[in-house]
Ligand binder design. Structure first.
Ligand code: NAP
Length: 452
């Protein structure tokens, strides 16, 4: 009988081992399953990867740091939260990946994100390993001083585990420029060093001029590359977008710039549908709503008369040509994927990480729809973070145009790698392409280091 320790285990036996070692960590198991099914196929006749148990080693984080974060709220009550940093793999560069502050954060979510990040960072072609961190802290409804005290307390512990050549965190859900500023300030204060230890910083203190836009713009560039490969374009197409944060608003902005129309945005309360199209003025209004007033997307329908708000719903039933899930994991399920296909959607590019469930992905695959998974489509953010690291190390600053050009080229490069490994006749399996291209570089580096 096959054992999980056999050199040539089959996929079910491998996954059984992953489930056993990670009880109750469904998101992590889902992410490993999605990569393993493609990688197993690819390494079938490649003895060196089996012998070195490479996949099993990548699916075991190098280390997980978990710590207590205490802070005092405005009513002088002491609050206790849990923080983590998952350092998944540093074979090709320092650990790199965002920090998420959200009540749903737990070890499984961060392990899945750090695992995905390892392949995504490899695909960018830049020297970055994979990591992710965060806390079960909800910044919503907190005052600026409360957020500052939390961020300072979080960084007081995290600073022991990070550094410009060790691990370079960035933002993610609930961590934007305000939080990065508070955390960077605390790092600098404790260590007495100004160094590029975080990315997503303000442009006044070493941030990249293109970082806020990079993930959303990059996801649309990836969409554009998929469409061009099939002889089509974004121009004249209607797009449905979920989320209303950093990634969603910038994806909407780039769709507009390329001549498309944006019909929806959402948040955890529901989605808004604007049949007139969400133009730049409306996007700027949403940015102010979310970043300054910290309000709810439902307010959009009160402000713009033709728009409707759909409480507790997601936007995937709205007829469209293009779909960009840009909110969170598992926000697009099998039925919703079927609705998109039935309504004539031709391409999906994921701005969020793992927004489509495995069953949903199967629907896209069976329909042979152009489907760009997050690890490829949303890699523009971390790619520009990689450029921010280079700028900080050299003490220079590149302008917006130059960074914009670099982002366009990086997304083209990621698309090309996906096509190289994912082409199946006329159809490109972008999931397979991204998984194999991302895996190969990390795996080859690990082989070079021997067993560790
Ligand atoms: P953000 O600015 O905090 O926005 C997150 C958006 O998602 C908000 O509209 C939020 O609504 C919504 N959301 C969060 N949890 C939700 C849930 N359970 N159900 C429905 N909506 C939910 O975060 P972001 O930076 O745009 O990140 C969005 C996604 O992109 C995440 O998957 C992140 O990992 C991924 N990503 C981000 C970057 C980056 O550079 N920022 C890079 C790569 C990937 P509420 O306001 O109601 O919470």
């Amino acid at each position: 009988m096959a054992s999980v320790y056999d050199r040539h285990v089959d996929l079910p036996t491998f996954m059984e081992g992953v489930k056993k070692r990670n009880p109750g960590q469904d998101e992590f198991v889902q992410a490993v399953q999605e990569v393993a099914q493609d990688v197993f196929d690819f390494i079938e006749d490649k003895e060196e990867y089996h012998e070195a148990q490479i996949l099993r080693r990548i699916a075991e984080p190098d280390r997980i740091v978990s710590f207590r974060v205490c802070w005092e709220d405005d009513n002088h009550c002491i609050r206790v939260q849990r923080g983590w940093r998952v350092q998944n793999n540093n074979a090709i560069g320092p650990y790199k990946g965002g920090i998420r502050f959200h009540p749903t954060v737990n070890e499984s979510v961060l392990k899945f994100l750090a695992f995905e990040q390892t392949f995504k960072n490899s695909l960018t072609g830049l020297p970055m390993g994979g990591g992710k961190g965060g806390a079960n802290f909800n910044p919503k409804g907190k005052s600026d001083s409360e957020v500052m005290r939390f961020c300072q307390s979080f960084m007081t512990e995290l600073q022991r585990h990070i550094g410009p050549d060790t691990d370079v965190p960035a933002g993610d859900i609930g961590v934007g420029s305000r939080e990065i500023g508070y955390m960077f300030g605390q790092y600098k204060r404790i260590t007495n060093r100004w160094e590029g230890v975080l990315t997503g910083k303000g442009t006044e203190y070493g941030g990249s001029k293109m970082r806020p836009e990079a993930t959303g713009y990059g996801a649309v560039y990836f969409m554009q590359n998929m469409l061009r490969h099939a002889g089509q374009d974004v121009e004249g197409k209607a797009a449905v977008i979920s989320g209303s944060g950093n990634v969603a608003t910038h994806a909407a902005e780039k769709i507009l710039q390329l001549g498309g129309k944006v019909l929806t945005l959402s948040d955890s309360g529901g989605f808004i549908h604007d049949p007139d199209g969400i133009d730049q003025e409306k996007i700027d209004w949403v940015k102010r709503l979310k970043n300054e007033r910290r309000g709810r997307i439902s307010e959009y329908a009160d402000h713009f008369t033709n728009a409707s708000f759909h409480k507790g719903k997601r936007p995937w039933d709205v007829e469209c040509d293009l779909a960009l899930p840009c909110a969170t994991q598992n926000e697009l399920n099998e039925d919703e994927a079927r609705a998109l296909v039935a309504n004539g959607c031709i391409a999906v590019a994921e701005g969020a990480n793992m927004p489509t469930t495995l069953d949903g992905v199967k629907v896209f695959h069976d329909a042979q729809l152009m489907y760009g998974p997050g690890k490829a489509a949303n890699a523009g953010g971390v790619a520009v973070s990689g450029l921010e690291m280079s700028q900080n190390a050299e003490r220079i600053s590149w302008n917006h145009d130059r960074l914009g050009q670099m982002l366009t080229e990086l997304m083209e490069g990621i698309h090309e790698q996906c096509v190289e490994y994912g082409k199946q006749g006329d159809y490109v399996d972008y999931v397979r392409g991204a998984n194999i291209a991302g895996f190969k570089k990390v795996a080859d580096a690990m082989l070079a280091f021997g067993v560790m």
